[in-house]
Design a protein around this ligand. Structure first.
Ligand SMILES: [Zn+2]
Length: 252
């Protein structure tokens, strides 16, 4: 549960920072996008029945979670990939594209796209509020606020161009967050990068660092080289030591 809050906060913060400083969005658009990103930040966990997003609209979202779990292959599988992120965003794009598909005999305002988009946004708003513990005491009030905001956005077409992007960003931030918190994944990544480093490149870095008299960099690169290629590291170390000896002798 605590994790849901972190996911929603980091996704919302990422959107707010991008919207404000990179895209200079209007306050209303910025607010709507941030709210969507907060919800999208917990959306990938729809593959788990007990998760925040699965509980956001009670039995309705729980049913969806059972379906998503079956299709995606379980927790932290399909929904926690780039493809999963693209599918989540693509759903909003599809709903907006279906805007013009009206149900026969029904009121002309009621299109398939609006209903799908409205329901989708309602889940995102509801899940975001639940994760951030907004109106967490009264389910009814939270449902109502989420549905009202989602309905207003779907029917007015407000920020239709930005909805999919906000979802994409939110789900991507979630996956990144999971990757870092997953046991040892971050450390594994670091050691992989270190051991994959080419000894020749490292030796070049050491030489350049020596020339620049950046000794902390020399030591750091030597440490990585000692993991990658211990023999080469020893050779470089010996060369440096001999060089220092010569320098000392010349100095005398
Ligand atoms: Zn997750």
């Amino acid at each position: 549960m605590c994790l849901g809050r972190t996911h929603a906060l980091s996704a919302g913060a990422a959107y707010a920072a991008l919207g404000e400083f990179v895209f200079h969005q209007r306050p209303a658009v910025l607010l709507a996008g941030t709210a969507i990103a907060c919800g999208a930040g917990v959306l990938p966990d729809m593959d788990t029945v007990g998760s925040t997003v699965a509980r956001s609209f009670g039995a309705a979202t729980e049913c969806i979670a059972y379906g998503v779990r079956a299709i995606s292959g379980g927790h932290r599988e399909g929904t926690h990939t780039g493809v999963g992120d693209a599918v989540c965003a693509g759903l909003a794009v599809l709903a907006i594209a279906l805007e013009g598909v009206h149900f026969r005999a029904w009121h002309h305002e009621l299109s398939a796209g609006r209903i799908v988009l409205g329901a989708y946004l309602a889940i995102l708003f509801g899940a975001g509020m639940m994760a951030l513990r907004i109106l967490h005491r009264g389910n009814g009030r939270r449902y109502l606020l989420a549905a009202a905001a989602a309905g207003a956005m779907a029917w007015t077409g407000f920020d239709a161009g930005g909805i999919a992007w906000a979802i994409l960003l939110g789900t991507a931030v979630h996956c990144f967050g999971d990757m870092l918190t997953k046991h040892g994944v971050a450390w594994h990544l670091v050691t992989t990068v270190a051991t994959e480093w080419n000894p020749e490149v490292l030796t070049r870095i050491i030489h350049e660092a020596m020339k620049a008299r950046d000794f902390p960099a020399v030591v750091a690169a030597l440490k990585v080289l000692a993991v990658t290629d211990p023999v080469q590291a020893q050779a470089v170390y010996d060369t440096i030591e001999i060089g220092l000896q010569i320098a000392a002798d010349v100095g005398e």
